[in-house]
Design a protein around this ligand. Sequence first.
Ligand code: FAD
Length: 418
Amino acid sequence: PDQQQLILIVGAGQAGAELAFALRQTGSTARIVIVGDEPFAPYQRPPLSKSYLAGKVDLAALYVKPKEAYDTANIELRTAVRAEHVDRSAKVVRLSDGSTMLYDKLVFATGGRPRPLQAKGVQDAPRLGNLHYLRTVGDVDRIHRQFQPGFRMVLIGGGYVGLEVAAAAREHGMHVTVLEAMPRVLARVTVPEISAFYERVHREAGVEIRTSAVVSSIVTDESGDAVTAIVCSDGSTTPADVVVVGIGLLPNTELAERSGLEVKDGIVVDELTRTADPDVLAIGDCTRHPNVMYGRHVRLESVPNALEQARTAAATLCGQHRPHHAVPWFWSDQFDLKLQMVGLADGHDRLVLRGSTSTRSFSAFYMKEGRVIAADAVNRPQDFMIAKRLVAQQSMVDPSRLADESQPLKTLASAPPV
Ligand code: FAD
């Protein structure tokens, strides 16, 4: 009976692709169709601001699965086509090529798009050839034309994407300035100690970091087709040959919202990735979902979350119960530094450092009421492995032992709660 079922996945990103293959692994014999508006097969985005930007890997290395794998698994992949309208009562989706598709189950895996820069002059100059965002392979391919040693690059936004691009550009011999509106970089995602560490590392590498720098307008050349400088609200002007804006993500929720589904900065789903419509699910960056560990709803922008929700959705669609319980984690590569983070630190009442932020290898543990709720590890993969366990178990540990490097972390993870 399953034979006639059609599972339609809207969005050919990492979540969508993982779901399609996970469905086959779980034994689904449904017809599986993925539609994606980019011209490529699903690919991994993290290298876009790292090795792909640096020219160290090509597009083929980014694909989630080789193209043949879709045929082998009997997954229909339709690229360069957009889902434009969803009618949930008729269970039909209209696509940008004019065709329609009837579905039995529909999954939104629509991800997000860059938050647009609001600054005087940007809206008047839609053709700016050297002002870029960074979400897609297409974006990076455009940046590459101006990714030249000696060029002046200005990053608007000192979040992970901005800092990763800054590192790659600096290593490529560019002059790099980061303009961050908040008083410190990474303010949205980490504590002042870690922000200070990254600001120092970037400055030592020759990146100019300017905080509390609120961009107010852009200056263009006579043709109006290129930015020549960025102006901040304090009147300062930063000349630029190329500008990359990394100021956050807007989840692609409009299609779901117009179909009448609940949206709150993310398509609202439960721990089984279901919306209120039993035939419609949503996964990945576009969702707001419950996190059991933290007792609240979150929207996460990370590959591990996209993969985890995809596996949960595959189970749900196959009639299995596999709630999505994963502890959030994330990573970022800048220069020689591998940062790995686990858990959500907000609400912590104590920060414990293991090692020193004056070196290039240390860990930070975030505690709340004596329990480890999150951790960051810089160039400490072993600490990170154990930190994942401590966070997953919300272990009670003695902070002085956590800070004491003569005490192996392993013994803390296995110690009975104090
Ligand atoms: P997406 O990858 O955004 O895929 C959604 C797809 O759906 C897109 O192709 C979109 O165009 C398409 N789509 C949207 N609407 C429609 C429609 N109506 N019809 C058809 N198609 C549609 N995460 C980490 O964990 N670690 C990292 O180091 C890291 N680095 C990153 C660096 C960069 C530069 C970026 C941009 C992201 C990074 N991320 C990182 C985040 C990670 O890439 C995302 O969390 C992940 O890609 C989410 O997958 P997704 O499938 O939910 O969404």
